[in-house]
Design a protein around this ligand. Structure first.
Ligand SMILES: [Zn+2]
Length: 148
């Protein structure tokens, strides 16, 4: 770590963080409450992620934040051996994964309990929440041993 800030009380992250505004902030506010929620179009019932104001399917501006089961499977991934950002040096090798949730939405995340070289397509996973700072909780995923 290169941080020289010794006055910080509590856990903080030096990694890049999402810009907390608008629907993005709403998404992460739910994560802070340990709720994984996605927008669902009030008109055509299509779930969507990343958060946005208009439905790409039907053009409606009306939506609800509906709670996800938190269960899904690995859709795809890559293994990072050389970090592209200095704050990830201690994490290599790591695997950014694309998770496909039961509701059909896909999101980029992180698998916490699986060696990056053991990841397989379709591996069943479930959400867990990582409070990386007092302001930010990230949805991450862990391998599910019982796929039911
Ligand atoms: Zn729609």
């Amino acid at each position: 770590m290169t941080s020289t800030d010794t006055t910080t009380a509590g856990k903080e992250t030096s990694k890049p963080t999402p810009q907390m505004e608008g629907t993005t902030k709403e998404f992460y506010d739910f994560c802070q409450k340990k709720e994984l929620r996605f927008q669902c179009c009030s008109n055509c019932k299509q779930w969507r992620h990343v958060p946005r104001l208009m439905c790409a399917e039907c053009g409606s501006w009306e939506w609800q934040w509906l709670r996800s089961s938190g269960r899904g499977k690995v859709f795809t991934w890559t293994v990072v051996e050389r970090p592209m950002h200095p704050d990830f040096v201690e994490d290599v090798p790591y695997a950014p994964v694309v998770i496909e949730l039961e509701e059909g939405v896909r999101m980029v995340s992180w698998l916490s309990n699986c060696d990056p070289h053991e990841i397989t397509r379709g591996m069943p996973v479930e959400v867990e929440f990582d409070a990386v700072s007092e302001q930010l909780t990230l949805p991450k995923f862990k391998r599910r041993n019982n796929p039911l």
